[in-house]
Design a protein around this ligand. Structure first.
Ligand code: GAL
Length: 390
């Protein structure tokens, strides 16, 4: 038994190299935290980040499993004569900010681009990859989102799609290797909007997660299109490497409670990173309840790391399933219409026994042992999320 395990781990090291081993330890389950972009965009600064860290603790989000406080674009200043990247005036001392965030039992993330400029036109890492990774490590950074942005221009000049593709993979690999060289574990988040089927190669360039789509917005139509279009990507995700359908919009105000529950449930079924994108200092009780629901988070963070998938769809009705540890299963019954619908499902149809124990997760209620079928009353744009044990 022991011999087998040793052989397996040696083989794994040979196959993956030490960089990959590091990659699995930093994101064994999908990363959880907060990111500045969806709510604050360029209006982010040191004081706001500290306030978000404080609120992550006081709201109970840290205790529910959220760890990363991620600064997105617009922190970057110019480069010093040595080439070292400096922060702009909004972030007077990144090391002190990292110390503050770490002091709360949280981790700090940052953002850059493989191109010369970020998407908001700030300084990117092109030609400075090792230097930037070393600077991040010196500051105490734990997570890097690396956004393609102006690298696109370099790819356009490549002459052929094949060469452009190769350049992109090289650019991501270069930063991954630079991170590994620092010796500091950092989650490496690829952001190139799903181009060239990133799910097929994201892990091979050191990605712990990769965006599968263009940007989300705080609208049911956009969120649901992104979420439901993840069907079929499950096989590419697993411990250390996750599909990322973008950050959460829960609590940003333009969806109703049912729609935000759908958003959170769908992301949990997808084993998606849970990066809150709202202002944590002004959350309503409903927003806190959605973001900190322990049972939904447990589905997202399930140790098996098996992403769920669409199992059945008919018009606006969809049933998605996710296999969980210990033979349990999460089933999400979605209603994409605006008005309520009753959706009936038979357990055996979804590979379950005829008699199963069912819990309604959002209601926080055991429904008991049920036989044959279950008729779910699903609100408009809503979901009934079940945890089924056999
Ligand atoms: C986009 C990215 C967003 C955000 C923004 C910052 O390309 O998809 O999530 O990072 O750039 O400029």
């Amino acid at each position: 038994m022991i011999k087998k395990a040793v052989v397996a781990s040696v083989l794994m090291m040979l196959a993956c190299g030490s960089g990959k081993a590091q990659q699995t330890t930093v994101a064994a389950t999908p990363p959880m935290g907060w990111n500045s972009w969806n709510h604050f965009a360029e209006k982010i600064d040191d004081a706001t980040v500290r306030a978000q860290a404080d609120a992550m603790v006081s709201s109970g989000m840290r205790d529910a499993g959220y760890v990363y406080i991620n600064i997105d674009d617009t922190w970057e200043g110019t480069r010093a004569a040595s080439g070292e990247i400096q922060t702009n005036q909004k972030f007077p001392d990144m090391k002190a900010l990292a110390d503050y965030v770490h002091g709360k039992g949280l981790k700090l993330g940052i953002y850059s681009s493989p191109g010369p400029k970020t998407c908001a036109g700030y300084e990117g890492s092109y030609g400075h990859e090792e230097q930037d990774a070393a600077t991040y490590a010196k500051w105490g950074i734990d997570y890097l989102k690396y956004d393609l942005c102006s690298f696109d221009e370099i790819m356009k000049k490549a002459g052929s799609p094949e060469v452009a593709h190769k350049l992109m993979l090289e650019a991501y690999t270069k930063m991954h290797e630079a991170i590994v060289k620092t010796g500091r574990p950092m989650v490496f988040s690829l952001c190139q909007y799903g181009a060239d089927h990133v799910w097929e190669w994201g892990a091979s360039v050191g990605g712990n997660l990769w965006r599968t789509t263009d940007d989300i917005s705080d609208r049911y139509d956009r969120m649901s299109v992104i979420g439901f279009q993840q069907a079929g990507l499950a096989k590419f995700a697993g411990p250390g490497h996750w599909n990322d359908p973008d950050m959460l919009e829960v609590g940003n105000g333009k969806m109703n409670v049912e729609e935000y529950r759908t958003h959170m449930a769908l992301w949990a079924l997808l084993a998606a990173p849970l990066l809150a994108g709202n202002d944590l200092t002004t959350m309503s009780p409903e927003t806190i309840a959605i973001l900190t629901n322990r049972e939904v988070i447990a589905i997202d963070q399930d140790k098996l790391g098996k992403q769920g998938d669409r199992m059945w769809a008919q018009g606006s009705q969809e049933i998605w399933g996710r296999e969980l540890e210990g033979g349990a299963m999460a089933l999400a019954i979605f209603n994409r219409f605006e008005w309520p619908q009753t959706i009936e499902m038979s357990f055996v149809r979804f590979g379950l026994k005829d008699r199963v124990k069912v819990r309604d997760v959002w209601a926080g209620k055991d429904l008991g042992t049920l036989s044959g079928k279950y008729a779910a009353h699903v609100p408009g744009h809503g979901v009934v999320l079940l945890r089924v044990t056999q």
